[in-house]
Design a protein around this ligand. Sequence first.
Ligand code: CMP
Length: 140
Amino acid sequence: MATQRTLSIIKPDATRRNLTGAINQRFEEAGLAIVAQRRVRLTEEQARAFYAVHRERAFYDDLCAFMTSGPVVVQVLEGESAVEANRTIMGATNPANADPGTIRAAFGESVEANSVHGSDSAENAAIEIAFFFAETDIVG
Ligand code: CMP
């Protein structure tokens, strides 16, 4: 597998608890480089567009409200098989099911406030990275 990029978001529950550095340390210790990063407050419109694939789900409105409830850190992670590597580092979506040692097991509060988002495929990574970053923002 080659070097890949994936989109990561440190969610409002984590920024609220000042966990940005602790989470970034886990990415870096696992060999993923943070090649772009920006702290932003998502607008309702941005959150709804970013999570549009979930618009038919019962949790969509709550998810969008949560993602706009505080600052997030959007970032591009780069490394060997970065999409899959990041999913392993994050752990299962529901922190209750996440393996010990993963970010969501350590920090997640609930399935919604699960501290981090990561792209689920290389195809979606490209779409999600382009949602937040221009190619010139990414310095590998
Ligand atoms: P994320 O990787 O950001 O992608 C969609 C998010 O929806 C997911 O993480 C969860 O935080 C959130 N979510 C809220 N409720 C649910 C649910 N019941 N099932 C799956 N995801 C949920």
